[in-house]
Design a protein around this ligand. Structure first.
Ligand SMILES: NC(=O)c1ccc[n+]([C@@H]2O[C@H](COP(=O)([O-])OP(=O)(O)OC[C@H]3O[C@@H](n4cnc5c(N)ncnc54)[C@H](OP(=O)(O)O)[C@@H]3O)[C@@H](O)[C@H]2O)c1
Length: 221
């Protein structure tokens, strides 16, 4: 059985490939726009195939002989439903047996603007002629790391979430879940709401940063 990961040059996709290599039970295909970005993975035995989400023919070629595909949601806002639908149709034409998609939590009733393209993609997947599985990934803890240095330097962590709590997880954890779904059976039609064991508000996050940095950091809503 061969497994393909799209967006393998990205932060999550790369970690999924790493998890699949660690599992080692099947050949891995990395589908990317720019093969130079994954030269290190190619050197480790990953087959690299080139296809953009905008190129239906290249996608169909990339999925030849592939049994299971992970579609990592793209990052080109407003284009994504059409792009993801291209990936789905190419997977159907190539005879892929399972397509997994990285969606957003509670997509059906998620009020975030960010959710809209995931809802559109999930609707396309609902009409697929091949089995699909939804990996509704929660917030990455890494989303906070870009602002850490500033928070530590100034002693203030800015946010706009009130007392809201997030059950985030590291990208590597979501990647491991995806790899598990790709390498084990029984996931057709399933919807997985994925997140971490712990919930953190911004105030609690500021407390964690204070402890690790060894200096006070407070949350400013
Ligand atoms: N859960 C969260 O907190 C959270 C946060 C941010 C984003 N997301 C979503 O999760 C996805 C994965 O996260 P990430 O951190 O791995 O993002 P990332 O590092 O930006 O990776 C995005 C990947 O998608 C690929 N891609 C984008 N447009 C494409 C296209 N038209 N054709 C082919 N490949 C395309 C990129 O390829 P290139 O390397 O060629 O650009 C890259 O490999 C994001 O794209 C976004 O949809 C989730």
């Amino acid at each position: 059985m061969t497994v393909a990961v799209t967006g393998a040059s990205g932060q999550l996709g790369r970690l999924v490939v790493e998890a699949l290599l660690k599992d080692g039970s099947q050949p891995v295909v990395a589908v990317v726009r720019d093969p130079a970005k994954v030269a290190d993975l190619a050197a480790r035995g990953v087959e690299v195939r080139v296809a953009s989400y905008d190129d239906p023919e290249a996608l169909e070629r990339a999925f030849q002989g592939v049994d299971r595909v992970l579609l990592v949601s793209g990052n080109e806002f407003t284009k994504r439903v059409a792009q993801h639908t291209n990936v789905l149709r190419a997977a159907e034409r190539a005879g892929v047996k399972l397509l997994a998609y990285t969606s957003i939590p509670q997509a059906g009733r998620n009020p975030l603007i960010l959710a809209q393209e995931h809802i559109g993609t999930e609707a396309a997947l609902a009409g697929a002629s091949i089995p699909t599985v939804l990996l509704r990934n929660g917030w990455y803890w890494e989303n906070y790391t870009g602002g850490l240095a500033h928070a530590i330097e100034t002693g203030v962590l800015y946010g706009a979430a009130g007392e809201g709590k997030v059950s985030g997880a590291a990208r590597a954890d979501y990647a491991e879940a995806a790899a598990r779904v790709l390498t084990t059976d029984g996931h057709e039609g399933k919807v997985y709401e994925l997140g971490g064991d712990e919930t953190l508000s911004y105030a609690e996050l500021a407390q964690v940063i204070s402890e690790v940095a060894g200096k006070p950091v407070r949350y400013q809503d």
